[in-house]
Design a protein around this ligand. Structure first.
Ligand SMILES: Nc1ncnc2c1ncn2[C@@H]1O[C@H](COP(=O)(O)OP(=O)(O)OP(=O)(O)O)[C@@H](O)[C@H]1O
Length: 376
């Protein structure tokens, strides 16, 4: 008899555990209470649940006065699933994703439409950036988090997709270590590796812009998108903070730095409609290192992990970049915000794919093509 009772209890426990194991919905409601996400006795009330393939969205009415959602950051640990908390039209949205984002995703060199570039994978969709819809981009992130890999991904993809139409001016202020090796590519106009070379390269870009502006005006064009002009000119800055005039510099020395910052601000302000696209990356987003004009005109902001919430607010106008978990993880912020694992591209792959555009070889090839036409 004892045996029968013991056996029944064990079975009951398993049954009870299965039956009364808390659902995500219950755990969320308990969390509201436990973390004090309430006003007096009033707590958020669930009024809609919507399931999709990748996630479940719980929508809550919240008592007046509850807005800041900091306490709810614990939810991904409570549920052991990725969670996104936001306010939409005064309602609290808690989206619980089924799957975690992978920590490494390799770039596959697949071609894309127009001036679109693949960025990475979010919880529920693949994220691409269209440089014809959003011309300028500001990228922030602490050291070794993935900025340069992302810049090389964008650069390689654009050349791979538009070998005849993409042009680059690159300001690589890490001493040219990353981009100097591409200086021979036929799509690359200049790789500047210090402030003096940057000044020269940017002067040339500003002259081109003035020239293009004159041509646009004389033809009555208002935007490159409404013309048959097929090329786009990219200005990539890797480590923009190096253009901040340090307090140790003399007045004359500071002028070169100031010139470069002003030139980049002008590019951000006036050149998008002419087909120029600025991609500005920095480790230290502050009012000095990420000039206001650049930030305001870069409608796409990407941030890898940053040291503080304040830095996150400078980079993407909101907190969050300070809590990003792993290398290559970033927030892609346009009118929407997405957490994304950016694609990884290998240096050897880039070398192999882009070497066909190495200028001397490309020139040889074009001469061979010419011979073929002449003698064929
Ligand atoms: N998307 C990614 N997925 C996985 N690993 C990555 C990714 N991006 C970068 N890494 C790894 O992190 C390392 C550092 O990346 P990267 O050179 O882009 O850093 P960074 O942010 O430019 O740093 P710094 O500002 O110090 O130059 C890479 O060598 C690579 O091993």
């Amino acid at each position: 008899m004892d045996f029968v009772i013991g056996g029944s209890l064990a079975a009951f426990s398993i049954y009870a555990a299965a039956k009364w194991q808390k659902s995500d919905k219950d755990k969320i409601q308990h969390t509201f209470r436990n973390v004090g996400y309430t006003v007096k006795d009033h707590e958020p009330k669930l009024f809609k649940t919507h399931k999709s393939d990748n996630s479940t969205l719980y929508t809550y009415h919240v008592p007046y006065g509850l807005i800041d959602d900091d306490e709810l950051n614990v939810l991904d640990k409570v549920l052991n699933k990725p969670v996104n908390v936001s306010f939409v039209n005064g309602k609290l949205h808690i989206r619980v994703y089924k799957n975690k984002i992978p920590v490494r995703i390799k770039y596959d060199w697949n071609k894309t439409d127009d001036w679109t570039v693949p960025i990475g994978q979010s919880h529920d969709q693949f994220i691409s950036h269209d440089f014809d819809k959003i011309p300028h981009m500001a990228i922030s992130g602490m050291t070794r988090q993935g900025k340069t890999v992302l810049l090389k991904l964008i650069f390689s993809h654009l050349i791979h997709n538009h070998p005849d139409d993409a042009e680059f001016t690159i300001i690589d202020l890490k001493g040219g270590l990353e981009f100097n090796r591409f200086s021979n590519l036929e799509q690359v106009n200049a790789v500047a590796s210090d402030v003096f070379e940057a000044k020269e390269a940017l002067t040339s870009v500003l002259n081109q812009i003035r020239n293009d502006m004159y041509c646009f005006k004389s033809k009555g064009y208002t935007n490159v998108l409404n013309t048959n002009i097929s090329n786009r000119k990219f200005i990539i800055v890797d480590e923009g903070a190096e253009l901040t005039p340090g307090s140790h510099l003399s007045k004359e020395e500071k002028q070169d730095y100031q010139y470069c910052q002003n030139a980049l601000s002008e590019i951000a302000r006036v050149s998008g409609a002419l087909g120029y696209r600025l991609i500005f990356a920095t480790q230290y987003p502050t009012a000095d290192t990420l000039p206001r004009q650049i930030k305001q005109n870069a409608d796409a902001k990407i941030s890898f992990r940053l040291p503080t919430e304040t830095a996150s607010r400078v980079a993407i106008d909101e907190k969050g970049a300070e809590t990003l978990a792993n290398v290559g993880r970033c927030i892609y912020r346009t009118h929407e915000r997405r957490e994304v694992q950016s694609l990884f591209v290998d240096d050897n792959d880039i070398k192999e794919r882009l070497s066909v555009y190495d200028a001397p070889r490309a020139k040889e090839n074009s001469e061979t093509r010419k011979d073929y036409v002449q003698f064929g």
